[in-house]
Ligand binder design. Structure first.
Ligand SMILES: NC(=O)c1ccc[n+]([C@@H]2O[C@H](COP(=O)([O-])OP(=O)(O)OC[C@H]3O[C@@H](n4cnc5c(N)ncnc54)[C@H](O)[C@@H]3O)[C@@H](O)[C@H]2O)c1
Ligand SMILES: O=c1ccn([C@@H]2O[C@H](COP(=O)(O)OP(=O)(O)O[C@H]3O[C@H](CO)[C@@H](O)[C@H](O)[C@H]3O)[C@@H](O)[C@H]2O)c(=O)[nH]1
Length: 424
């Protein structure tokens, strides 16, 4: 099938590369032409494990093209996958400017029947509005399918190949049949629903994950009070098959481009229906507090951050990505700098991006260099190389062993009580 993938961010690239791997002809398009120029030469605009290799493999097979204009993007395509960003505004409302721009362009330029595949996360009702718009502006040419994406950054390709479920949201029987055949080679469970159902499944899933994580984070705070170990407590709770072990790692809360944005959007959308979504609001409030628990503790223990050298290990919002969007590390670093700290950052993928936005930050090429002569160390991202660290690695480099491990990376049994602090 000839497919256009519009928006080459974390989702667009994963979608395009997996569709290419499935044997389809993929044309990438983005308003950022630099990204497209790079892609053409096999250069990834972002870091995601396995993508660079797959891109170059598919380029060599001739399955990937890039288009520099709308005509080459939308003409002669049987499917148009919309993967542009849908950020939330201050109020929580979703900004759909990019999304509608793509729909309008597609309606104008498409010259044959196509499936409009909505991969971007869009507010409930957007699929139906899109169908109405395309009915008027691309008559008899289009079928709208909400096919929300559930990949997580860092494992994007595998999450698509081994998806827990593929949701096909459409009222068009022909489109449902096409999508069923399209995804059949992946042999994953499929659920067919209408557009509204698919949109609610996407927001409902992220809302649920946020609630689950904030719940275990609150139990972690109780553990702090009692002196219990949250890792053991979470393991025991998760052994109940109705609860499970996923999304049970307590720490400095959820960041990234999705959970914060999608929970805010869900709360906003519910409020517009006159409904207060109390559980998700509570999860959001817990998450806000969670990000600063250890900073507040450190501020007291260190008698302020002024003129203290603080080593930061990991700034990405999670391991195996270079993404800094809503990263708890960034918020903490900004506060430390404002309070006079000298901040030294190590992150194998995201440090350069951070330094570009905050030139006051010193970037290190190695963990050892970051820890050298530090008064304290904060761990914000569970990179493999950070999880492997031992007490001696800190002891030989730092002024003293004082670690705030926001992600439970280290083995607490190696450290004295006043050397290592965690949330729970
Ligand atoms: N990142 C994730 O893990 C993830 C997972 C599932 C769903 N989603 C959803 O997928 C969508 C994309 O997320 P992302 O993280 O890939 O975003 P991103 O910011 O990484 O990428 C979006 C891309 O769209 C491009 N773009 C913006 N406006 C455009 C336009 N008018 N025409 C062409 N290109 C345009 C941008 O230049 C950018 O390259 C969002 O709706 C998000 O909520 C994201
Ligand atoms: O047990 C856990 C799991 C996650 N997190 C944090 O939660 C945030 C989000 O993590 P994760 O869900 O793994 O990453 P995302 O790439 O943001 O993926 C989420 O958001 C995507 C966009 O909607 C969805 O597609 C995915 O299903 C959903 O997991 C990160 O800050 C993690 O550190 C924890 O603190 N503890």
């Amino acid at each position: 099938m000839e497919i256009a993938v519009v928006g080459v961010g974390y989702v667009g690239l994963a979608v395009g590369l997996i569709f290419g791997e499935m044997g389809h002809q993929v044309t990438f398009y983005d308003c950022d032409k630099e990204k497209l120029e790079g892609l053409k030469q096999g250069i990834m605009p972002l870091y995601e494990p396995g993508m660079s290799e797959l891109l170059n493999e598919l380029l060599a097979l001739g399955r990937i093209k890039t288009a520099m204009d709308e005509q080459n993007t939308y003409r002669n395509k049987a499917m148009i996958a919309v993967c542009v960003g849908t950020p939330s505004t201050e109020s929580g409302e979703t900004d759909l400017t990019s999304y509608w721009q793509v729909i309008e362009e597609a309606a104008k330029a498409a010259n044959q029947e196509f499936i409009l595949l909505i991969k971007s996360t869009v507010p409930i009702g957007t699929g139906n509005q899109t169908a109405t718009y395309l009915q008027e502006h691309a008559k008899d040419k289009s079928m709208v399918v909400n096919n929300p994406e559930f990949l997580s950054q860092g494992t994007a390709l595998m999450d698509m190949r081994k998806a827990d479920r593929i949701i096909i949201g459409t009222v068009d029987k022909q489109a449902a049949a096409i999508m069923s055949a399209f995804y059949a080679p992946l042999s994953r469970p499929m659920l067919f629903t209408d557009n509204l159902g698919a949109e609610l499944i996407k927001y409902g899933s992220n809302g649920f994950l946020a609630v689950k994580l904030s719940y275990i984070n609150e139990i972690a705070k109780l553990c702090m009070h009692y002196g219990a170990d949250i890792k053991e407590v979470a393991a025991g709770i998760g052994m109940d098959h109705r609860i499970g072990h996923g999304y049970m790692k307590a720490g400095c809360g959820y960041g990234g481009s999705c959970l914060p944005k999608d929970t805010h959007s869900l709360i906003y959308q519910a409020a517009k229906q006159g409904y207060e979504l109390k559980s998700v609001k509570a999860a959001d409030a817990v998450n806000e507090e969670q990000k600063l628990i250890l900073l507040k503790q450190a501020r007291i223990q260190m008698q302020g951050f002024d003129q203290k050298r603080i080593a930061i290990l990991g700034v990405a919002f999670k391991a195996n990505t270079d993404d800094l969007r809503c990263s708890p590390a960034v918020l903490n670093i900004k506060i430390m700098i404002a309070e006079g700290a000298e901040v030294v950052v190590y992150d194998p993928q995201a440090a350069a991006k951070l330094q570009a936005s905050y030139p006051l930050i010193k970037r290190c090429e190695s963990i050892e260099e970051g820890l050298r002569a530090a008064d304290a160390c904060f761990i914000f991202t569970e990179w493999e190389s950070i999880q492997q660290l031992k007490r001696k690695d800190f002891a030989r480099a730092m002024k003293q062993v004082l670690i705030y491990d926001e992600r439970h990376c280290l083995d607490k049994h190696e450290f004295a009580r006043n050397e290592l602090y965690t949330i729970g």
